[in-house]
Design a protein around this ligand. Sequence first.
Ligand code: GLU
Length: 432
Amino acid sequence: MQINPYHNALEQLEHVASLLRPLYTKREAAFEQALQRLRRPDHFYETTLEIAMDNGSIRRFTAYRVQHNNVRGPYKGGIRYHPGVTADEVRALATWMTWKCAVMDIPYGGGKGGVVVDPRTLSENELRRLSRAYGRFLADKIGPWVDVPAPDVNTNAQIMAWMMDAVQEEYDRTGRNVENPFALFTGKPVALGGSPGRDEATGLGGIDVLERWRKQFTNIERSGLPIAVQGFGNAGSWFARHAHQRGYKVVAVSDSQGGIYTPAGLDPFAVLDCKQQTGSVVNYQPGAVERISNEQLLELPVAIIAPAALENVITSSNAANIQARLILELANGPVTPKADMILFDRGITAIPDVLANAGGVTVSYFEWVQNIQAYRWTRKTVRKRLEALVNRAFDEMWHIHVDRSIHCRMAAYYSAVRRVIDAMLLRGGFED
Ligand code: GLU
């Protein structure tokens, strides 16, 4: 049976609410009202995009934008292109963005967008038309102080550039003034206001988290520590390359077509070349590496697994088979709430998505700040500031995890959801 990610997001919210409730005994009614608002996104938009195909036919694509909460700042979150996108998936991803920005304490709320499409079936021109149509759909819903979209699964800097231009064109057509078109999207090409280091940010933030985790234990050397990475898109491939460069041993990687494994270790740079040339990591050095499935990859005898693809890959059906000591969630929502409990009982640490992959939105925040100030930072500055924010958020989460004996997701949510609720109560929209 298909697991609904939005049900997971709501279950997680109820769990953290039960931990936070005792802190709000003096403002019980206001707390419950704030919580009620968080159970539903502020806005849900759905449309059908009509696109002219290269052969002259018309195809229709369902598209969404969900704005979950903006009490701490503009809605923020990526746009996903995937055939499996659903309304509830986008709702869940938007909710998780609210927590992610609060975990990192960056001044944003949460949002997410998605288009039901397999972009591999489109030509470059069709992809551009679709992206520009989606940009026109967004035009009256976003703005630098309203909602700032970015890339997610199967979208990239080029797609952001097309969307930005389409929004600006729509503003010109309707006579609306746009003060700063560059601050409308993040994850743009560097030549169009993108930030140095945004491309690698999700993977690099994952490395910063991993290094911080390792420092909690004096006996874990990074050198040769085996890692399996599920998914070789932007997050997974940058993470694998940085891990390799730092001396970790990347022994398995995968993409939607399957995985490869060798205990001797892979060279992620060469694997990426292979993927770019042949379309998949599975074509890498046939014979020299073992072909495995995405499911098998998660159960390998490694120290660390980094799910970097889609939701719900570690569930109550396979949580008991995980051999890794650490799960680093580079994807959003890869571990279900039931699996969280099983892993916690087994002493396996799962560093949650809202921290492990927050490097992406954090450098998006840096990009937006640079766009607003019209001042470009260096890659070195971006990396240093990213590491500082990751370390702060990690230490906060780890402290709560140890202190209250709760799993890391709830520890991260504990301060994040509290920050959001406190912001709502300070605004004063609720009666006691
Ligand atoms: N899509 C990324 C995420 O899930 C980045 C979002 C952003 O940069 O706004 O965190």
